[in-house]
Ligand binder design. Sequence first.
Ligand code: FAD
Length: 368
Amino acid sequence: MDVEVHVIGAGIGGVAAAIALTRAGARVRVLEQAGQLTEVGAGLQISQNGLAVLRALDVVGNDPVAAVRSTGTEIRDFARGRLVTKFPPPAAGPTWYFHRADLLAALVDRARGLGVTFELGARVDEVEVNDAGCTMTLSDGAVRKAGIVIAADGGQSRSRQVVNGTSRPEFSGQVAWRATVPWGRDCRQGAGRLTMGANRHVVTYPLREGRLMNIVAVEERNDWTREGWRLQGDPDEFRRAFREFGGTVGQILGRVETVHQWALYLHPVASRWHRGSLALLGDAAHPTLPFMAQGACLALEDAWVLADCLRAHGRAGFGHYQNQRVPRARRVVAEAAGNARKFHLKGPARWIAQAALGMAGPRFAPRY
Ligand code: FAD
C-alpha cells in the first residue's frame, strides 16, 4: 500500500492508526493541535481486546512495563468500604491499568521508530472532501491537499460533521470527576474497586506500580451545560459530593488536591464512518460513556481493522471497515450506557442499604 495518509489527532486512536497504517506500507503524517504529545494525567483500563492490538503492533510486550495487572474488581459499600463481592479477571485474561501518558509515550515511540511524522501545534479547522481527495485548512491559514485522511480528532470531531452532518448530544444526567493521588504501594498487580453509593459511585485502581491511585467518581446531577473533560474542578466541592464515602475510598478521596470534572453526554455512534477519502476513527466515530472502560480499546480495534481493510482493498476498504466496526461499536456503546445507573444504589437497593446502615431522613426516602 504505497500511499500517503494524514491522521488528524495524536490521541491513542490516532497514533495507533499511524502505526498500523505504516506497517501496512503507508507513509503517515499526524497533525496534532496540541504543542506537545502528552495525555492527561489519568488512568486507563486496557482489557485484552485492546492489549491484543498493542501487542500485535509491538507497542507492549507480554508484561507491559509500568502498567499494573488487575487481579479483578471488588465491589465495596460506600459507608465503610466493606467488601460486598469480588469479580475475578475475565476468562480472556486480565485487564491492565495504564497511566495515559505512559501508554501514549509507548505508542509515540513506536510510531517514531517506524518513521511516522508528527506535526505539533497543527490544528485542522476545516476538511473538505473532493474528487481528488481532501483539502485541509489549518488554524494558521495553511492549506494542505491530502489523499487519504483519517480523522481521529476525538469526541468533538469536526470531521464527524463533514461525514454525517451535525447531531445533538444528550446530557446523560451524570457528571464525573477524575483525579490521581499519591499512594505509595509497590505493586505490579492489584484490584480495581467499584464503591457504590446513593446516586453516585467511585472507581479506583492503582497506577505506576501502585505509586498513584486513579479515581473516577460519578454523581447524578441535572444542572450541566458544558461538554469536555479537561475542566478544573473544586476539590472541596468534590469531597462534599462524596462525603458519605468512608473506609479506604474515603481516605483516598481525602487526599485529592487537584480534580477535573466533566459532564457525560450520550452521542449516537456515527452512521457513516467515511466519505470520499476521509474516514473517522475512535471517539470521532463512537464516543462512549466510560462505564465499560472500552473507548480507547475500541479505538485500538478500529486502528487495526482500518489498516487491514486499506491494505486488502485500497480506498474501497473504508466500506469494509465501516461494515465491520459499526455493529461492534453500537453494541459496546449501548452496553456502557446501560451500565450508567447500575453502579448506583437506587430504589429498593438504596433504601435497604441505607436502612441497614442506620441512615435516616428525607434524603434517604426511596425514590422509584
Ligand atoms: P482523543 O483521545 O480525544 O484524541 C483526539 C486527539 O485529537 C487529541 O490529541 C486532540 O488534541 C486532537 N485534535 C482534536 N481536534 C483536532 C484538530 N481539529 N486538529 C488537530 N488535532 C485535533 N477507555 C478505555 O478503553 N478504558 C478506560 O479505562 C477508559 N476510561 C475513561 C475514563 C474517562 C474519564 C473518560 C472520559 C474516557 C475513558 N475512556 C476509557 C475512553 C478513552 O479515553 C477514549 O475513548 C479515547 O481516549 C479516545 O481516543 P481518541 O484517540 O479517539 O480521541
